[in-house]
Structure formats: C-alpha cells, structure tokens
Design a protein around this ligand. Structure first.
Ligand code: SF4
Ligand code: SF4
Ligand code: FES
Length: 327
C-alpha cells in the first residue's frame, strides 16, 4: 500500500506536540501495526500501551482522528489513502508519555463500587441461576475495561471537577449488572448509583454506547433502566409516605440528609450519607430561546464518596466499605 501520513502526539505531562511521520503501511494492517513499525524504525522511544493485539485486553485505547478507538482494531483500510491519520492519547486522563495515559481514575471508581454480596444462606457451590438471568447480565460482562466510554463521556472529558462525584458508564454497567443479579444480597444498587456514583449527571447522550468496542448497549440496557428504577423508588407514593413516617428511625446518628432512601441508610452503618445533594442550575438560554449547552451544571460536586471527604485513594483494602464473603 506504500507510505502513509501520520501525525502522532508526542510529549508528557509538561506538554507536547503533534509530530509528522511517513510510514510504510501494508495490506491488512491496523493502526497499532503502524505504531510498532514506527517504534522499530524512526521513533524507538514512542510510548504506547498494548498487550493482546486482538481487541480483548483493552490496553491500546487512543484517539484516532479524534475518535476514541482501539489501535489494534482500527484497520488502515478504513482511511483514504491520502488521509493523514492523527493519533492522540485519551483526553480525559492525564498523560504519562506520548500515547500512554494514567487511567487510575477508573481503578479508584472500581474500588468505590460495592462488590457482589453473596446470599447469606447459600455456600459457594450452591449458587443457582436461571439461564434467563445469566443472559441479562452477560452483555455487561463482555466489558474489556478499555475505558473508551469513560474517555468520551462529556461529564468528565472536559470537567476535571466532576471526577470526584462521577463514576462513569463503565461502572454504571457494573452497578446495573449487580442490580439485575438474582443472587446479589444488596438491595441498594440503584440508590448507591444515584447518590454516590453520579448517575444523575448522565443525560443519556449515548456517546459511551457509540464508542464501546464490545458493542455493549450501555445507555439503553444499563443506564436508562437504572435511572427508571431510581425514579420508581424515589417517586413511588407509598415509598414516599413510608419515608415521611419512618425517616426519624432510618437516618444514621447525626445525619441530616432528607433525600436518602430508607433501605440504603439503614443497611450501611457508618457511611456518611448525610451530606447535601447538589442542586442543578438552570441551563443558560440563548437570546433566540435555544439552549446554549446540553449539559446540566451543578453548583457543587454530587454526593461524595461514602468513604468520606478526606479519603485518599487507592484505599487500604481494610478500609473498603464492601460487604465481603466470609472466608
Ligand atoms: S450516555 Fe451518560 S454516561 Fe454515556 S457518555 Fe452520555 S452522559 Fe456519559
Ligand atoms: S463498557 Fe465498552 S467502552 Fe466501556 S470500558 Fe467496557 S468495553 Fe470499554
Ligand atoms: S492490544 Fe489488547 S485491545 Fe488492543
């Protein structure tokens, strides 16, 4: 196929620039092949993370012509021969060097997501599930943790300030998967997603679904059902009445929040749910009456981590607030 034009971002946390290269491209090659050829020839110090070259490890996430993609699954044949292919690191995460970013935000959010809680009356080996229940969450288990969905989500892409309060689509599918799990003993997945994972920040733009290399229908199958269940619970008139009547008993000592559901508060002793929720600000309206932005903005971060305001991550495993199976 001959030589093709590439522009690749080179730099580190102190700054960088796009560098131009002309690289030999052969039939059937993908962008990661070209990066490997560059490393083998004129740019041996070009940093790029990869492992499987088969679209399964989720390591080679990058932005190719501005789109979040896996380098190993993006065929060169999808570009025009005369097109310059621009490769940049994921924009949402801090750059370490060249195409390698620090994705530890996602590991922090994984730690904050309560783990599967096995049923108390069953021993390991006695768990049984119907095939239909297995199939419901099978889709979410395909996630390869490439974090392309996290990278594209506008809630955090250009809003560093939202990161503390927003777990992102990858962890919304985890919450939904556990909420649909017939053996998970926790009943507060929805409330946790809403109060502590920032589910309410998502305005279902579906960008995460568009970029997912595993074709997980993140928005329609996980986020929207979770949002609907939160609304069902929160605005159910009987639940509302019950909350009014029983609130005094259900709030943890010293807690003042009037928005937290009863099951949630009662089950998580010691978790500080008692902080005020963020309040949405009115969206700005242009002179012609159109909305200038589609995002809802908040005057302060959403519900803080259940681990407390002053907690540094990564957490000591002993400090995690998860219900763990007894060994
Ligand atoms: S649908 Fe929600 S989670 Fe997905 S990219 Fe849009 S705002 Fe983010
Ligand atoms: S949900 Fe899809 S895009 Fe997001 S991390 Fe998993 S595989 Fe990647
Ligand atoms: S190298 Fe594993 S997904 Fe690309």
């Amino acid at each position: 196929m001959g030589k093709r034009n590439f522009r690749i971002w080179r730099g580190d946390e102190t700054g960088g620039d796009l560098n131009d290269y002309q690289v030999e491209v052969n039939e059937g090659e993908v962008v990661l092949d070209v990066i490997h050829r560059l490393q083998a020839t004129e740019a041996p110090d070009l940093a790029c993370r990869w492992n499987c070259k088969a679209g399964k490890c989720g390591s080679c996430s990058m932005e190719i012509n501005g789109k979040p993609r896996l380098g190993c699954m993006t065929r060169m044949s999808t570009f025009e021969e005369t097109e310059t292919v621009t490769v940049t690191p994921l924009r949402t995460f801090p750059v370490i060097r060249d195409l390698v970013t620090d994705v530890s935000f996602n590991y922090q959010k994984a730690r904050e997501t309560p783990a599967f809680e096995p049923p108390a009356d069953l021993a390991p080996g006695e768990y049984r599930m119907k095939q239909v229940d297995v199939e419901r969450s099978q889709e979410f288990r395909k996630c390869i943790e490439c974090f392309l969905c996290q990278n594209v989500c506008h809630v955090v892409r250009d809003h560093e300030e939202n990161k503390a309060a927003f777990s992102g689509p990858r962890f919304f599918i985890r919450a939904a998967e556990l909420d649909m799990h017939p053996l998970d003993a926790r009943t507060d997945r929805k409330e946790h997603a809403q109060e502590s994972m920032g589910l309410g920040y998502c305005n279902i733009t579906k960008c995460c679904t568009e970029v997912c290399p595993e074709h997980i229908t993140i928005t329609d199958n996980a986020i929207i059902p979770m949002k609907e269940r939160v609304v069902d619970r929160k605005y159910d008139p009987l639940v509302w009445l019950g909350r009014k009547i029983f609130r005094r008993d259900q709030l943890a000592d010293g807690a003042t929040d009037t928005t937290v559901g009863s099951v949630h508060t009662a089950e998580l002793d010691g978790v500080n749910w008692g902080r005020p929720k963020p309040t949405p600000q009115a969206a700005s309206v242009n002179a012609d009456g159109t909305l200038g932005i589609t995002e809802i903005t908040f005057d302060r971060p959403a519900a803080a981590s259940p681990f407390g305001d002053d907690q540094e991550f990564p957490l000591d495993p002993e400090g995690l607030n998860y219900h763990r199976p007894k060994s």
